[in-house]
Design a binder for this molecule. Structure first.
Ligand code: ADP
Ligand code: MG
Length: 240
């Protein structure tokens, strides 16, 4: 579903991604962790061209990413993304946040878009707030809306960039529960998160990044109990 081949990226002189190789198969759940500044966000943002890479290949569903706008749009249709700070449109109701892309990008008739949105809002248990504005909801509720909004585009893969990092502790579980449900339904997921309980329950593989490289990659049991690299051990020592 996703192939990163020898992916390299620079911000000016700064070499932020170094020879990243990663394959994500259909239905796989991958957790990415690593210190702040290690390039986790940059890497997943390259997958839907929110960041541009300079060398190597990004291939999604067999389509190779280029600068070509049509190509970028084609790839983005397959890829849903959920951000740390929700990124909902503040001037649109919850329902309209969910209908915007289906109506304008996919040309879905409004009635059908509304039905689909209500179905996903139901799934994240927030359908009763559909006519409120994001600012009237808690952080956890906003993040569940953001997940529902992504699902309305029927993505084949979902990227999560620290979806619970901006939340108060009591709201983390309600968002993780939605993510666990998605995983159980077979969604292909790439999650940057430091929620190691989530990684243990859900991940097929855990990836550790440091200084723009993938340092270690293993099944959760091996990753947590027998980390190979001293850098991984040091990191786990700090967060567990
Ligand atoms: P992470 O998500 O692992 O915390 P990021 O991918 O956000 O790391 O950032 C990796 C590195 O790239 C950091 O050192 C950060 O300061 C730098 N960086 C991120 N975005 C930019 C940018 N737009 N311009 C220059 N440097 C950036
Ligand atoms: Mg980040």
């Amino acid at each position: 579903m996703i192939e990163l081949q020898r992916l390299n990226k620079w911000y000016g002189e700064f070499h932020v991604l170094r020879d990243i190789d990663l394959t994500v198969r259909k239905g796989e759940r991958i957790v990415i962790c690593g210190p702040s500044g290690s390039g986790k966000s940059t890497m997943i943002r390259c997958i839907n061209h929110l960041e541009e890479h300079q060398a190597g290949d990004v291939i999604v569903n067999g389509i190779t990413m280029t600068r070509d706008v049509k190509r970028v749009e084609q790839i983005r249709r397959h890829v849903g993304m959920v951000f740390q700070h929700f990124n909902l449109f503040p001037h649109l109701s919850v329902l309209d946040n969910c209908c915007l892309s289906p109506v304008w990008v996919k040309k879905t008739p409004r009635k059908k878009a509304v039905d689909t949105a209500m179905m996903y809002l139901e799934r994240v248990k927030i359908a009763d707030q559909a006519h409120k504005y994001p600012g009237q909801l808690s952080g956890g509720q906003q993040q569940r809306v953001a997940i529902a909004r992504s699902l309305c585009m029927h993505p084949d893969v979902m990227l999560f960039d620290e979806p619970t990092s901006a939340l108060d502790p009591e709201m983390i579980k309600e968002v993780l529960d939605v993510m666990i449900e998605l995983a159980e339904e077979g969604m292909t997921m790439l999650c940057v998160t430091h929620e190691m309980g989530f990684a243990r329950t859900v991940a097929d593989r855990v990836i550790f990044m440091d200084e723009g490289q993938i340092i270690e990659e293993n099944d959760p049991e091996t990753f947590f109990n027998h980390p190979r690299s001293p850098r991984t051990r040091a990191f786990l020592g700090q967060i567990l």
